[in-house]
Design a protein around this ligand. Structure first.
Ligand SMILES: *[C@@H]1O[C@H](CO)[C@@H](O)[C@H](O)[C@H]1NC(C)=O
Ligand SMILES: *[C@@H]1O[C@H](CO)[C@@H](O)[C@H](O)[C@H]1NC(C)=O
Ligand SMILES: *[C@@H]1O[C@H](CO)[C@@H](O)[C@H](O)[C@H]1NC(C)=O
Ligand SMILES: *[C@@H]1O[C@H](CO)[C@@H](O)[C@H](O)[C@H]1NC(C)=O
Ligand SMILES: *[C@@H]1O[C@H](CO)[C@@H](O)[C@H](O)[C@H]1NC(C)=O
Length: 280
């Protein structure tokens, strides 16, 4: 019994050797060298073809893309609103008598408004015709319209208003509309802020919170150099000046039929809610 098993073992081991290399037929792993070469060639051609097809498809697809314009959008979407200074929870809290409590806000505003300096606007950008779109189709480098920092009045943070009213308990908040490539607002878009409590007075800069059409359409970062998005500053003055005032505001885009401002799922679509707490 044991002898036979070992004989079987010898036999299968020599069968293995024959399978790996058969000196009689010249077969390697059961195939002749030329058969292996053919198989190798077949896979080489097959995968080469697949790689070529993939590259071609990719190339054709990339040809249809424009670097500066997103290809797939659900129509031209409606913009969201945001405020500056932006704080966690969109809650600004400060004491008008304590400079350190609002310095972070005024610093953000100063750096945000840097590019809007009148001097920069005058050298980099052009004075456009108000109330009309500034269309520049088929132009390689688009020009941008001037938006002068000084048009924000006391909210420009210029001489005499370095603290944007925070030191007087009447702070400025800047409302901006997100940039959307190709968007052309219809009608007369403006920012309108409302407070549930009526004990607050709001002043808008530029007047009436208007957003001029000349800043549209926007052509994208790459070709639209020095573009500055139009801004609206809101100066918030509580009517009750004693003690702590809490102001809850909702700012909305109004006056333009193609800019949405009521979407239950997106609370930043065309509107922004924020809270300002002003202590003595
Ligand atoms: C803008 O003007 C302010 C005040 O005149 C100045 O402090 C600031 O450095 C300027 N910013 C830029 C970016 O030129
Ligand atoms: C911005 O200011 C410059 C000079 O300070 C002025 O020439 C230009 O007309 C102003 N532009 C706008 C859009 O108000
Ligand atoms: C702002 O919106 C409110 C509510 O939608 C409206 O009653 C008010 O007239 C608007 N104010 C301006 C200046 O358009
Ligand atoms: C101002 O506040 C006092 C109490 O804090 C209140 O009685 C009064 O109605 C307030 N006035 C206004 C205009 O909100
Ligand atoms: C407005 O009145 C409410 C309650 O009457 C109060 O809590 C809030 O601080 C007041 N806001 C301002 C800006 O005076």
């Amino acid at each position: 019994m044991a002898k036979e098993e070992s004989k079987n073992g010898e036999q299968s081991s020599s069968e293995w050797k024959q399978f790996i290399y058969n000196p009689r037929s010249g077969e390697i792993l059961g195939r002749t060298a030329s058969s292996w070469a053919l198989i190798l060639l077949f896979y080489l051609v097959f995968y080469g073809f697949l790689a070529g097809l993939f590259t071609l498809t990719m190339w054709v697809m990339l040809q249809t893309l424009d670097d500066s314009v997103p290809k797939y959008r659900d129509r031209v979407s409606s913009p969201g609103l945001m405020i500056s200074p932006k704080s966690p929870g969109l809650e600004l809290t400060f004491s008008k008598s304590d400079k350190s409590s609002y310095e972070a806000y005024t610093k953000v505003l100063h750096s945000f408004l840097g590019p809007y300096n009148d001097s920069l606007q005058a050298t980099n950008n052009v004075a456009c015709t108000q109330g009309h779109y500034f269309e520049q189709e088929g132009v390689e480098e688009r020009k941008s319209c001037q938006f002068n920092r000084s048009s924000l009045g006391p909210c420009a943070g210029l001489e005499g208003n370095e603290y944007f009213g925070y030191n007087e308990g009447s702070p400025c908040v800047i409302v901006k509309m997100n940039r959307i490539i190709g968007l052309k607002p219809l009608g007369n878009p403006k920012i309108n802020c409302t407070s549930k409590a009526e004990n607050v007075s709001l002043q808008y800069y530029p007047d009436y919170g208007m957003i001029d059409l000349m800043y549209y359409p926007y052509y994208g970062k790459k070709t639209h150099l020095n573009y500055v998005q139009p801004l609206v500053a809101v100066k918030i003055t509580p009517l009750n000046t004693t003690g702590t005032s809490e102001v809850v505001l909702e700012c909305k885009l109004q006056g333009s039929p193609n800019l949405k401002n009521e979407d239950d799922r997106d609370k930043f679509l065309g509107r922004v809610n924020f809270r300002v707490q002003i202590r003595d």
